[in-house]
Design a protein around this ligand. Structure first.
Ligand SMILES: [Zn+2]
Ligand SMILES: [Zn+2]
Ligand SMILES: [Zn+2]
Length: 319
């Protein structure tokens, strides 16, 4: 029971820190809640280990023979599994409860928190707590078969519930604000939900100015957490890259074409082939062919002029 007890204690202490009005305790809150979450994962591995020996939480497991020549496994050294290994073991053991993309997202956010929580009183701590709450809740119910409110105590559990409710309702308003804009391009409409504040990384963003997106035209966004304002141009490229990451990955594996490229006009990675233009500056590739061999020119060639790269090269060499 010690692993589980330690997990509960870490999460309880974390939430106490979180409720404190002293912003300096924010990072300690997150450190504790994260540590507690990992301990819950280890509790599962421990429960799955044979003979109560918790061998599955050991970083290195080696096969060995006992005196009677029977094979058994033992742990080597004192190190226990890290996040990457927990992921791997869960995968091998068919445990699919944890949404690792969300876990990784908040883990990255957490690493950033220390840089800005001193500058801004409001941080993304709420979001992290809310997202971890769901991971913890689902894991307790589905994998540990424990009732979370009972496990953590009503007081602690209520902090989780409240935080989640506040974050979700703020997130709802932000989603609505973003959905009201005519984004003009399907890719932008979908990518925009990856938006984060340029100063505090919060995802509670509202649209301030007019509700129509036009490449190259200002569109002001407001962060509801730290109240800083920024223009769509500062964040659009990141949103696009994140939105199309999976597609790029598939393209790379299948040897296909990337869904986007660096725009020759504005130099951002926002030229989307499917939209047939750069969604940041509006540049459109002219439909032209090489004047010598008549092959259709690609994005860069057509920006440079009227020759394919082969004929450009041979022309430059002859001059
Ligand atoms: Zn912000
Ligand atoms: Zn462009
Ligand atoms: Zn040519």
């Amino acid at each position: 029971m010690t692993l589980l007890n330690n997990a509960i204690e870490a999460i309880q202490i974390g939430l106490e820190d979180f409720k404190s009005t002293d912003p300096r305790r924010a990072s300690s809150a997150l450190r504790n809640i994260f540590a507690g979450t990992l301990l819950l994962f280890k509790e599962k591995l421990s429960r799955l280990s044979p003979d109560d020996n918790s061998i599955l939480i050991q970083q290195t497991i080696i096969p060995s023979l006992d005196d009677a020549g029977v094979l058994f496994f033992k742990g080597k050294g004192h190190k226990t599994v890290d996040v990457a290994q927990i992921k791997e073991r869960f995968k091998n053991l068919g445990i699919n409860t944890v949404k690792w993309n969300i876990f990784d997202e908040v883990n990255n956010l957490r690493n950033n928190v220390e840089h800005f929580y001193t500058e801004h009183e409001h941080t993304v701590v709420n979001e992290i707590v809310s997202k971890l709450f769901k991971i913890i809740r689902d894991f307790c119910v589905e994998q540990l078969h424990e009732e979370p409110a009972k496990l953590f105590g009503v007081e602690t559990w209520n902090i989780f519930l409240e935080t989640d409710e506040i974050y979700e309702s703020e997130k709802d308003l932000s989603n609505k604000s973003l959905a009201e804009v005519d984004w003009k391009f399907d890719t932008v409409r979908e990518a925009i939900f990856h938006i984060r504040c340029t100063s505090c990384h919060s995802d509670l963003i509202h649209v301030l100015s007019d509700n129509e997106y036009e490449p190259g035209k200002a569109l002001t966004l407001l962060c509801k957490k730290c109240l800083s304002e920024f223009d769509i141009e500062e964040v659009l490229e990141d949103c696009i890259i994140e939105e199309l990451a999976a597609e790029c990955h598939i393209a790379a594996m299948d040897g296909g074409e990337d869904p986007y490229a660096e725009c020759p006009e504005c130099s951002k990675d926002t030229y989307i082939y499917e939209e047939m233009c750069c969604v940041n500056c509006g540049y459109q590739q002219p439909d032209i062919r090489c004047t010598v061999c008549h092959t259709p020119l690609d994005l860069e060639e057509s920006y440079e002029g009227h020759l394919c790269s082969y004929h450009r090269y041979s022309m430059e060499k002859n001059q």
